[in-house]
Design a binder for this molecule. Structure first.
Ligand code: HSE
Length: 310
């Protein structure tokens, strides 16, 4: 089988406390997607690594689904002529709050645009188109934008376009602890209120700005005081058994700031030292208080987003 393209896309942690739906961080844990010439049977897929036992191997697979949807908005899709085989090598745990589905959406879009416009899809205009489409599909851009651009990205929608601002960070290391708990993003969004008070809005706006400045400057003291949230965490943490205790355990173990990773169930802890001890403390808390087994990763921020190798 002829390999046409390989794409690596990093894990991401969205929200970062007060930045609900508006900011995210790329992490040094990668899903790799290969596009091969197919054998005339449409688009087929196989998955290895994280999720290999649960991910579908037909056209309902998110990479395949997204690629076909995107292709068919531009050209009639003919499975005999447009035949590809996709190989997914996954390091990002599925359903963890680390943006695994965003990596799949981006891979599907990048593959579709690579097929449609092999020379243009990597241009700035091509990337902007892909980001806009990913934002439309996801409904928010706080995973897809850092996955595409790397580092810390602020992202907002404006009249059908997406505004992003990428911020380079000093070396930053986090611990992410992911319990074995099914917490669908759609459910995690459904538990949120439709309206918030002015006090809560002000609480979050100020802290979101401070978190950006703290991360940009590597200001540990500011980060530890600013990373707090009233939009999503108070509603989601209690729904994840042991999450409140895991957050408390990480802080007691010396983490600077601890927050839900995206919509969860993973917990993200910023720390300057003792990363393994913090990961183990969160694991123990999930087991003791929530009866859940958990895994943890010590990860650096990824300065690069999606990488394409032809
Ligand atoms: N900002 C999103 C949320 C991230 O918290 O629901 C998950 O996709």
């Amino acid at each position: 089988m002829t390999k046409l393209l390989t794409i690596r896309i990093p894990a991401t942690s969205a929200n970062l406390g007060p930045g609900f739906d508006c900011m995210g961080l790329a992490l040094d844990l990668w899903n790799t997607f290969e596009l091969h010439q197919g054998n005339g049977a449409g688009i087929t897929v196989e998955s290895h690594g994280e999720g290999e036992d649960v991910l579908p191997n037909d056209k309902s697979h998110l990479v395949v689904h997204t690629m076909i949807e995107e292709l068919t908005t531009f050209i009639p899709f003919n499975p005999g002529h447009q035949s590809y085989h996709i190989v997914c090598r996954n390091e990002v745990p599925c359903g963890s709050g680390l943006g695994s589905s965003s990596t799949a959406v981006l891979a599907g879009l990048l593959f579709a645009h690579a097929v449609l416009d092999p020379h243009g899809f990597r241009s700035p205009a091509g990337s902007a188109r892909i980001l806009n489409r990913a934002f439309e599909i996801e409904g928010h851009g706080d995973n897809v934008a850092p996955a595409l651009l790397g580092s810390l990205v602020i992202v907002v929608g404006r009249n059908g376009e997406v505004i992003t601002h990428r911020i380079t960070l000093p070396p930053t290391r986090v611990v992410v602890c992911v319990p074995r708990f099914h917490f669908m993003t759609s459910h995690a969004r459904s538990v949120l209120p439709l309206h918030y008070s002015r006090n809560d809005a002000v609480f979050n706006v100020g802290r979101a700005m401070l978190v950006v400045e703290a991360l940009r400057n590597g200001d540990a003291s500011l980060l530890s005081r600013a990373m707090d949230d009233r939009i999503h965490e108070p509603y989601r943490l209690p729904a994840i058994p042991g999450a409140i205790e895991a957050k408390r355990a990480a802080l007691a173990c010396g983490a600077l700031a601890v927050t839900l990773s995206g919509a969860g169930p993973g917990i993200l802890a910023f720390a300057q030292e003792d990363h393994d001890a913090i990961g183990q403390a969160m694991q123990s808390a999930f087991a003791a208080a929530g009866g859940l087994s958990a895994r943890y990763w010590v990860l650096d921020v990824a300065s690069s987003g999606a990488q394409v190798f032809v």
